[in-house]
Design a binder for this molecule. Sequence first.
Ligand SMILES: [Zn+2]
Length: 324
Amino acid sequence: MLVLFLACVTPEAPLTDEAIGAAVDVAAGVDSDRLLTSIGIMVAAHATEEPVIVEPWGLPHRHLAGTERLVDLYAELGLAAEVEETDEDGWLAKNVIVELPGTSAPDEVVLLTAHHDVWFTGADDNSSGVAVLLEAARLFSATEHARTIRIVSFDHEEVGLLGSLRYYRDHADDDHVAVVNMDAVSFALHDPGTQSAPTGFTLPDVADFAVALSNAPAERPARMAAQLAGELPHPLKVQVALGADDNLYPGTGDFHRSDHSAAWTAGIPGVFFSDTTNFRSPYYHTEDDRIGTIDPAFGRSVAEEVIALVYALASETQPVGEQP
Ligand SMILES: [Zn+2]
């Protein structure tokens, strides 16, 4: 497989000490209690909704109660979320969008994304990602950034990436300079033998790291992620992998299993963070994906990493592949 683990190559330093310091300062605001509380609130909201059994998976799917609760949670932060509805082919999808305008390059958009639809009540997959969106919105609304930060929670990821496919289709004219997507970011195990990997792919044996997968245009953002991970208030173990081209060859099918896929296909630089779900979690897509299985310390480190990376990307104004 044509995948390069950045950890194995000569380290490069795309960010200055000053840029790292500014990004880490913002990330230091991450509140792990708030993250865990948000996950619990989203799980509880999903539990109030009568699920729809979706074939061919035969699993109970929920999305509407979570959509409403997420809008309320943004309102509690003083932020007005826009719900972008599409109703096509029998699938009503509601993407939830919060936009935090940039100061000097407001037309340039850095996207931070996750999905809020779930199988069962989805604590790790993906209320954990939604909790980071909320924390990011809270922190970024209190900071200045050159570029606009657009925080998008997609609907219907689980049933074929419908929400994100429609978003990237309908926003094709927007200037998306980079995307950071999260799907399942708060499950970890700490014993040897707890991590497996896709065929042809090598990962550490202990399931206590995040993966950050990038397409080729996101090589520099991926290196930024590698650089930031060790500088965070709570450093993150991260396996940064750079796929060749846009990862559009069969061996990287597992790389396309979330909402960054349409962005990669469009050539938008994108980095995807995940705990690798079924390659470590016995609870993946089951009713046991519950709040009690979340690893709060791991989730906090991923939140710090993602927020630092998005802030760094939004603070620059040169093309993301170029050094400032
Ligand atoms: Zn997911």
